[in-house]
Design a protein around this ligand. Structure first.
Ligand code: SAM
Length: 214
């Protein structure tokens, strides 16, 4: 996904507490066992290089963060960044977010789901590969607890509009709530690497937030 080659994490660093495969996750789901504590849980779908995971985990130490990234290389990179910063409230899954939400996350177990800049799959015949599809929207609604939120940002206006229509059609999530753009106070003060890239290219970012009804 990135323009630059990814730095390889030091193989001597122990990632075992911060990087899991699907089969290593507790089944049935047990967030307290995975994180070693009970806390509210936020989930990111498609973390890329993991900027959101590390900044959010550092900023909200009382929240547990589960990042799901299908590319093992990026999941490892993101996990290594968590280890380097001593962030024990965040765990990466190298796996398919569709499967984690469908098969593992129980009803009303998640405070927020974050989906930032999902792959657009531009070609018409590839659009069915998009992660924001009916099954995921239904799983997000089911997994969010009442009052929980879905954050969806993209740089692709057509993906944004299609997803807003899909959410309205197949869920009762309330929104879209307006999300204002905040000024970047420093070079990495962006929600994700793709937000950084898009804004430095002076392209628009489409942002929406939805809430599960109380
Ligand atoms: C365009 S990148 C955006 C990365 C990051 N969210 C950002 O904004 O910088 C999309 C990421 O989603 C990942 N991805 C795509 N499908 C996925 C799935 N089903 N489960 C987990 N990750 C997925 C890709 O491997 C890629 O890293």
């Amino acid at each position: 996904m990135g323009r630059r080659a990814l730095r390889r994490p030091d193989p001597a660093v122990d990632l075992s507490a911060h990087l899991k495969t699907f089969d290593e996750l507790p089944s049935p789901w047990d967030a307290a066992a995975l994180f070693g504590r009970v806390a509210s849980l936020e989930v990111e779908v498609g973390c890329g290089k993991g900027l959101f995971m590390r900044t959010a985990a550092a900023r909200y130490p009382d929240v547990n963060f589960l990042g799901i990234e299908v590319s093992r290389k990026y999941a490892r990179f993101s996990a290594a960044a968590l280890v380097a910063r001593g962030l024990d409230n965040a765990v990466m899954v190298a796996g398919d977010a569709l499967r984690v939400l469908d098969e593992l996350l129980p009803d009303a177990s998640v405070a927020a789901v974050h989906v930032y800049f999902p792959d657009p799959w531009w070609k018409k015949r590839h659009k069915k590969r998009r992660v924001m599809r009916e099954s995921l929207v239904r799983d997000i609604q089911r997994a969010l607890w009442p009052g929980g939120s879905l954050h969806f940002w993209t740089d692709v206006e057509e993906y944004f509009q299609t997803t807003l229509e899909l959410i309205a059609e197949v869920s009762t999530l309330q929104g879209p709530l307006q999300v204002a753009e905040t000024p970047a106070e420093h070079d990495m003060a962006y929600r994700t690497h793709f937000e950084r890239r898009t804004r430095l290219d002076e392209q628009p970012v489409y942002r929406a937030e939805f809430r599960r009804e109380e």
